[in-house]
Write a protein that binds this ligand. Structure first.
Ligand SMILES: [Zn+2]
Length: 442
């Protein structure tokens, strides 16, 4: 595919996807981009001085980050436009005591994080990345970058019914990656030592590591595929694509607007958001409270006034119709790759979208000449959910669920359309620039 056919947005997304190997790495990449654009780092432990027009971000627990750009009017008078997404993706993570041996092999003990499509992790060259906490209190990101382990399929000769009965994988016994041969020295501590070598604490020893959160990842980088190169194939499209779109919209919007813009990127969505930094935590409420109160110090109702005018856009990937399984979608509401952003509706509130919120999103689409698609699941199938309804309930904020269409969600390697990347960024930018506030009473 000629380079020029890849939109700059899609090429930048590929870079972002490769950088965000774990939620901690994704947040590091987000804060690097924010810092380069002049956003200031705020810390939850400090008092904040916020003024109209201020731009900043705050990180919680390494895997969640909230960025904001205060408007030219206080949030109590102009509201918040919040775009939410998640930094985590289903994967395999190391257990606390990872070293194992079996019939001459060294292996790693892993736990399944989130709704992993297990079979897609087989026969891939896997590496290890995440964070370690050292005895001096420092936290360091580590990334081995090279293929260190693999989960081989069982040969078909030893599993004759695999193609007819389907592949049955036991998450405890069949997913242990092979790290090496028992006859060779090496094990988890060797990996740790290699990982520490590339960090600012390169003098640190394995014994200095007092805690860790480490994930396996596929070493194959994001790439383009298709007869015309129309597809972007990568790990973690769900949901780093939406993190990238939200961040790009924030950084690409004109600096000045009345509304306060917020991008909230959460860890732990894939496991229910119930954590210190997930969408069910008080993280967003704490940040919005400080922003609203900071701009209206004498108004005890600054936060609820701000919330009553606000909109939260929950951006998460959407299921495109699969050509080999077209009957899995409602006929009228089956998005396709390459046809633009998707509005997700579920009357039973698995998605938060309602009429007024959909209207605000549709208006933003019209301003930039994008026609959205619509997703509503079959009535005889369970519907997924997102941080949208959680945030709506927790904050009392009007919310809408949208997303970029994709195939193979939760596969180790997913796919989306190159041509869908830029329109989502355009619509989110249009929302940030042209949102005039909602009325919570309507
Ligand atoms: Zn997702």
């Amino acid at each position: 595919m000629p380079e020029q056919d890849r939109t700059p947005e899609a090429s930048d997304l590929a870079v972002f996807l490769d950088a965000g190997k774990t939620p901690y790495h994704a947040v590091a990449e987000v804060t690097r981009r924010l810092t380069n654009a002049g956003f200031e780092a705020f810390r939850e432990r400090e008092p904040w001085q916020v003024a109209l027009g201020a731009r900043g971000y705050v990180v919680r627990a390494g895997g969640s980050v909230i960025a904001f750009q205060l408007g030219t009017r206080p949030p109590a008078e102009a509201g918040f436009l919040i775009i939410g997404a998640h930094t985590d993706s289903p994967n395999l993570r190391l257990k606390p005591l990872p070293d194992l041996t079996s019939v001459g092999y060294r292996q790693l003990s892993v736990e399944v994080y989130g709704g992993v499509l297990l079979s897609t992790w087989l026969d891939r060259e896997l590496s290890l990345a995440g964070r370690v906490v050292l005895a001096d209190g420092k936290t360091e990101l580590i990334d081995l970058e090279r293929a260190v382990c693999r989960i081989p399929n069982l040969a078909i000769h030893l599993n004759r019914e695999v193609n007819t009965a389907g592949l049955q994988l036991n998450a405890q016994t069949h997913l242990l990656p092979v790290l090496g041969l028992e006859s060779q020295a090496g094990g988890f501590s060797t990996l740790l030592s290699e990982g520490l070598g590339d960090t600012p604490s390169s003098g640190a020893r394995v014994e200095d590591v007092l805690g860790f959160d480490l994930c396996l990842y596929d070493t194959q980088r994001a790439g383009f595929a298709g007869g015309k190169g129309e597809f972007l194939c990568a790990s973690r499209l769900d949901n780093l694509s939406s993190c990238h779109a939200a961040l790009s919209a924030l950084l690409g919007s004109p600096v000045s607007s009345e509304v306060t813009r917020v991008v909230a990127l959460y860890d732990h969505e894939e496991v229910g958001s119930q954590s210190v930094s997930g969408a069910r935590s008080l993280l967003i409420a704490d940040v919005l409270e400080r922003l609203a109160a900071g701009c209206s110090p004498r108004d005890a109702s600054a936060l609820p006034r701000a919330i009553s005018r606000s909109l939260l856009v929950s951006a998460d990937m959407a299921h495109a119709v699969h050509p080999n399984y077209a009957d899995k979608h409602d006929k009228q509401h089956r998005p396709v790759l390459g046809a633009g952003p998707v509005i997700k509706v579920n009357a039973n509130q698995s998605y938060a979208t309602d009429g007024p919120a959909a209207a605000a999103f549709n208006a933003a689409c019209r301003r930039v000449d994008v026609t959205p698609q619509h997703f509503s699941s079959r009535n005889d199938m369970a519907c997924g959910s997102t941080i949208g309804p959680i945030s709506a309930a927790r904050l009392g904020v009007r919310a809408i669920d949208v997303g970029t269409p994709m195939l193979g969600m939760h596969s180790c390697r997913e796919m989306a359309a190159v041509s869908d990347v830029a329109p989502m960024i355009r619509v989110l930018t249009s929302l940030f620039s042209g949102f005039a506030g909602l009325d919570s009473a309507s």
